[in-house]
Structures are given as C-alpha cells and as structure tokens.
Design a protein around this ligand. Sequence first.
Ligand code: ZN
Length: 270
Amino acid sequence: MNIAAIAANQVLDQIPVLVPEDLLLLNQIAFRLGARVVEEDLGGSEASIIIVPGNKAIITISTKVLSTERKRFSIAHELGHFQIHRNRIGFNLCSSSNIETFMGKPVDIEQEANQFASNFLLPERFVARIFSKSEPSMDLIGEVASSYEVSLTATALRFTEFTEEPIAVVLSRGGRIVFFKGAKAFTESDVFVNVGEAVGGNTMAGKLRNDQISGEGWRKVLASDWLRKGEYRRDARIQEWSVYMPRYDNILTLLWINEEIYDDEGFWGQ
Ligand SMILES: [Zn+2]
C-alpha cells in the first residue's frame, strides 16, 4: 500500500467513517481534521491550502468549480496535502491540471494528493467487493460514482484497482487518446493502448463523437482499433463501452479483453 492509501485509511479510521453516507459530509470531516473549507475566487487555480499554526488549515475551493463531484475531489485532494505534506508545504496552489488527472509521476505531491482523494472518497473497505465481484460495466461504475458523489472518470480509474477482469480505462480528449490505466489482468495480457493516436473511426468512441451512433453497452471492436501492434491475432476482438462527454470533448472508455486474443497455437505450435 502506498503512502496516500495508508494516510487515507488512517483518516477513515480516525473520524471514523463507518458507512459510505458518512463520506458525503466532507466539509465536516475536514473540520474534524482541523481544516476549514471556504469558497473564493482563485483566479486561474482550482483549489489551495494554507497550513496555519497549530496544525490547522484553510482549504479554498475556486468559486468557478461548479460540479459537486469536482468540488469534493478538490477538497479531498487538499486534505491529502494536509495529511501527507503538511510539514513540507505552508501554502500550495493546485491548478485544474493537478487535480484528478492521474497522469503525472506517482511520486509527485500532486499525484499523491490525487491518490489520497481516490482512496478516501472511494474507500477500499466499501468498494473493493462491489468492484471485484460484479460484472464489469459502465453502469456499475456510474452507480458507484453517483452514490459516492465522485466523477465517472475518477470512479472508473478506481475500478481498475479492484476488478479481476482484464479491463483498461482510456481517456480521450479532442479525438485523441491521452491516457489509459489498466487493471492488473489487463497489464498482464501484454498489450498497450495506443496513447497519442487519434480515436479510430470504427470504435464506439469514434462513432459516438461523430454522432453516428447513440446508446450504451458493450460493443465488439477489433483489438487493433485500440491496442498497439502486438502478438495478438489480427482478427482478435475486444469489448468496448464508451461514454462521450461533449462539454469537454472527452471520451471515457472501458476496454475488456473477454476472449482469447492470442493464437491458441502460439506456444504449442512452435
Ligand atoms: Zn495539489
């Protein structure tokens, strides 16, 4: 377990958070930890924390942050700084690109604060079983996201930490694949998502973006539409479930390798 996960669990025990609904009282939890949450104009930044004498803190969330999910993630991110970095920082200003992106180096303090937020808002003690035992779907992730008031993207990324299925979560922006996170079984399948490439026109993501289809659910696509060239069969297929968020031109995709993609003869035929 990393530092962020340990710190999040300590706080969950300390408060204590006994049922998921307790987590909805985030400002009160912050207050119990010694942090007051206020909303102010922060210019171009999204959130900030000031550590004040006596191990107290003031967390400021930008008034420009409108969604409840985003606000909660920002508060939890700042609580992460407070719990993990309080001796290293007196004041820290966090931009939108620092919060909820998961794209930086894991040792970066911003990434540590994001990991804290993810571990705190979607605690292992509550979500591990649901995520590891249920049939993977965007609906499942959506249900957890709405009951915990966490964004669909952050919940999907957390899902990859528990599912036993070979699933990857892929983020695309402006029609380009920008990031992916694979579950353990996906990473072990020896495949890599085409990060940096344009979203393929034959994928569900591409069709949703071009208004060619609507709807949801798993769809079969060619593995090569999403994955880098590899040893897998040329006609290998994987399952895709994408959701298009037109406001930011973002696409959130689940990829699921739920059938054999390598030649059966690969090993025995040699
Ligand atoms: Zn930060």
